[in-house]
Write a protein that binds this ligand. Structure first.
Ligand SMILES: O=C(O)[C@H](O)COP(=O)(O)O
Length: 249
């Protein structure tokens, strides 16, 4: 028996377009991102991949992407569970900073370490910084020690895996087609787990905006096809290249 998992990174956000590190800052989609979300829904419908349940982060760009895509497939009524555990990686003191300016100031090696290394987080954000998130009411129930001031991908995996095992796996075991609408780095963490990507190889893995990545999972919830399948491979390749080169002129 196999089960279907659909990973969907939000469409382009207002800050993606401005090349700003975003993390937990709650920006919305821009018009291009809303169009990408609609296309994502069309791709699901064209491939007859109709989700039975939705899981999203607590961030607007992922929530709206899922709503738009599910409107297209005619399933806005799906049961949904939302969690901070699917949030984008917290980018610490880089939140709100321009990626090109950061690259110019700190150089290629440091930029890539902060952006794509597995276990080195950016500098922590100050509690009173403009783009800190400690006072955000959506995290009010979280004890202070659970509210990150910065995260590396290893941190993201550590807080996302419990959600994978406790909330997503049961839906897959119930033979539901599961849609997870999340973010570039929280999905990199899930892909690292699913495909057993090494700590060094994960550095080179990027997730495109708005294009469904579909996994058929076996009884052990391992991919039948390594890496899954993007429903529009050409568009995914182009978007991945653009994500990879963000910050570069
Ligand atoms: O949080 C952000 O800045 C983006 O959504 C992801 O950025 P990255 O691709 O630079 O990690």
């Amino acid at each position: 028996m196999t089960s279907n998992l659909i990973l969907l990174r939000h469409g382009e956000s207002e800050w993606n377009a401005k090349n700003l590190f975003t993390g937990w800052v709650d920006v919305d989609l821009n018009d291009k991102g809303r169009a990408e979300a609609r296309r994502g829904g069309e791709l699901l419908a064209e491939n007859d991949l109709l989700p039975d349940v939705l899981h999203t982060s607590l961030l607007t760009r992922a929530i709206h992407t899922a709503q738009i895509a599910l409107d297209v497939v005619g399933r806005p009524w799906l049961p949904v569970r939302r969690s901070w555990r699917l949030n984008e990686r917290h980018y610490g003191a880089l939140q709100g900073k321009d990626k090109a300016a950061t690259l110019a100031e700190f150089g290629e090696e440091q930029f890539m370490i902060w952006r794509r290394s597995y276990d080195t987080p950016p500098p922590a954000i100050e509690a009173d910084a403009e783009y800190a998130n400690f006072a955000d009411p959506r995290y009010a129930a979280l004890p202070p020690e659970a509210r990150p001031a910065t995260e590396c991908l290893k941190d993201v995996l550590g807080r996302a895996l419990p959600y994978w095992y406790d909330q997503i796996v049961p839906d897959l075991r119930d033979d539901k087609t599961v849609l997870v609408a999340a973010h570039g780095n929280s999905l990199r963490a899930l892909v690292k787990h699913l495909d057993n990507v090494s700590d060094s190889d994960i550095v080179g893995l990027n997730i495109p905006t708005g294009i469904p990545l579909c996994y058929e999972l076996d009884d052990d919830l391992r991919p039948v096809t390594a890496g899954g399948r993007y429903l529009d491979p050409e568009a995914a390749a182009a978007s991945i290249e653009a994500v990879k080169n963000q910050g570069r002129k």
